[in-house]
Ligand binder design. Structure first.
Ligand code: ADP
Length: 215
């Protein structure tokens, strides 16, 4: 099973750590602040108080053994960059770092981060998409032009099979799952029929996805 370390136990870091911990994963939480360490007890497997830019301190807690590190240091951009660099130099396979702005993100990638996230910006985009479209339930950006959306099946899809709808050819989108009441069909087949009230999870370019959500 994968081992996770979350560095920086603010709101974002704690949410990541707690979610992984609740899913049953081993999660080590690290923070420089004693108060944050106390608050995070119970949402991680164990917590350690240390300064993440202290390479020796990271080594002493066996950081090398972790598969995934999440750098959730907020305001201190310098600490976030240095920590990311140290983790990559130590050989951590996958490092996800939280960025404050585009320049910070660019530096994080150059430093070796495997993935950079912007929690506030990404959530803002998701909320805006939810607010402006009546049938969009959720939205995840995969790349600047590509997303996954969860939409309430528009009327034109009702009681039609995926074959009849031919969304890939007509709209250039792929349906990856259909939620029908409590059931979820992952990788639906051509014969699966969309019923009124179903939720369709589709992947495609934003331009193409916009076409179906407008229908
Ligand atoms: P959020 O917006 O997610 O709440 P914060 O900026 O409040 O983010 O949280 C960042 C956390 O990172 C804080 O708990 C802070 O103590 C911690 N942190 C900052 N610098 C370091 C560091 N060098 N080493 C370890 N933890 C750090």
């Amino acid at each position: 099973m994968k081992q996770f370390v979350v560095i920086g136990l603010g709101r974002f870091g704690t949410a990541v750590a707690k979610t992984l911990f609740d899913m049953g994963y081993d999660v080590m939480g690290i923070d420089i602040s004693e108060e944050r360490i106390h608050q995070a007890m119970g949402c991680t497997t164990h917590v350690v108080q240390l300064d993440a830019i202290d390479e020796g301190a990271l080594q002493s807690v066996g950081i090398r053994n972790f598969d995934v590190a999440v750098v959730a240091i907020g305001q201190d951009i310098q600490a976030s960059i240095l920590t990311t660099m140290i983790l990559k130099e130590m050989g951590i396979e996958y490092v996800v770092a939280k960025a404050q702005n585009d320049l910070h993100a660019k530096v994080l990638y150059k430093t070796g981060a495997d993935r950079v996230v912007f929690p506030e910006r990404d959530m803002g985009v998701r909320v805006a998409n939810n607010l402006t479209s009546t049938n969009i339930l959720d939205y995840i950006e995969l790349a600047p032009d590509y997303s996954i959306v969860e939409i309430t099946a528009p009327e034109f899809m009702h009681n039609k099979s995926l074959k009849e709808l031919d969304l890939r050819a007509k709209f250039g989108i792929n349906v990856v799952a259909v939620k029908s009441g409590k059931n979820i069909i992952v990788s639906p087949t051509a014969d699966d029929v969309i019923k009124p009230g179903d939720i369709v999870v589709a992947i495609g370019s934003n331009e193409k996805l916009n076409k179906i959500k407008e229908r």
